[in-house]
Design a protein around this ligand. Structure first.
Ligand code: MG
Length: 250
């Protein structure tokens, strides 16, 4: 099912999307909840970020085609970095172009939503700890990303982590078309079967480093076709069987 976080008349709720309607959820989506008969139209509400993660753990250089375009080497282990929770925005929210940067790129990515506390998890058990999947955009100030070294500055500006529009909880993540459009022009087109480290491997590996909590995000990396955005641009990350995450650059 598709679970959406939204605001209506000042109230924040979760609901399940069915056709063009939302059926309200009562309870905790990561614990016990019921889907009620109360319905609202998708057109009436403002979609919010699907989760507020304690951390977004991100993977660099995880598609073979992206490694080629950046003249990088295939890593032996996942390349891991973190984006702060303060970078998160939702569907239709604005990406703010920072004054410190002269080149801000999109990176369309499959985002894993963790469902429960995960520490030292085996690859075989990883699926149990995944709540679902959403679309992510690992917005990057490319000119501030050093060729060698860590990426905190380039990845961490406020609004640099669009997530959404909702969480799909029933999904095979291993064979999904993923596309990014800039002003409706196709810029990235790949499939998650080209991932070097798949979502289950990533949950297992990261859980050996840090405890993952419910609502945490793992961004699985971007395919080839990265490129810059400018103010006024519309960027769309579309993933098969999830939906389309739309944002504008301001
Ligand atoms: Mg990325």
């Amino acid at each position: 099912m598709k679970i959406v976080s939204f605001q209506l008349n000042g109230n924040v709720s979760y609901g399940v999307i069915e056709n063009n309607e939302i059926m309200l959820i009562e309870g905790d989506i990561f614990g016990d909840f019921v889907v009620t008969d109360t319905r609202v139209s998708l057109d009436e509400i403002k979609i919010l970020p699907p989760v507020v993660p304690s951390k977004a753990v991100c993977i660099g250089l995880n598609y073979h085609d992206h490694i080629e375009e950046t003249n990088s080497k295939v890593p032996d282990r996942p390349v891991v970095f973190i984006k702060p929770s303060t970078a998160v925005i939702g569907h239709m929210d604005d990406i703010k172009y920072p004054e410190l940067s002269k080149r801000v790129d999109y990176e369309g990515e499959l985002a894993v939503v963790i469902g429960k506390k995960a520490k030292d998890i085996n690859v075989n058990e990883a699926k149990e700890y995944i709540f679902g999947y959403t679309c992510g955009n690992d917005v990057t100030a490319r000119d501030l990303q050093p060729a060698d070294g860590q990426w905190t500055v380039s990845k961490s500006f406020d609004t640099f982590l669009p997530l959404g529009p909702w969480i799909e909880t029933e999904l095979d993540p291993l064979n999904l078309e993923i596309r990014t459009f800039l002003n409706d022009e196709l810029k990235q087109s790949s499939n998650t079967r080209h991932l070097i480290f798949d979502p289950y491997t990533l949950v297992s590996y990261i859980s050996q480093i840090m405890t993952l909590l419910h609502g945490d995000i793992i961004l699985t990396g971007t395919p080839s076709g990265i490129g810059p955005m400018k103010k006024g641009d519309k960027v769309v990350v579309e993933i098969e069987n999830i939906g389309s995450l739309i944002n504008y650059v301001k």
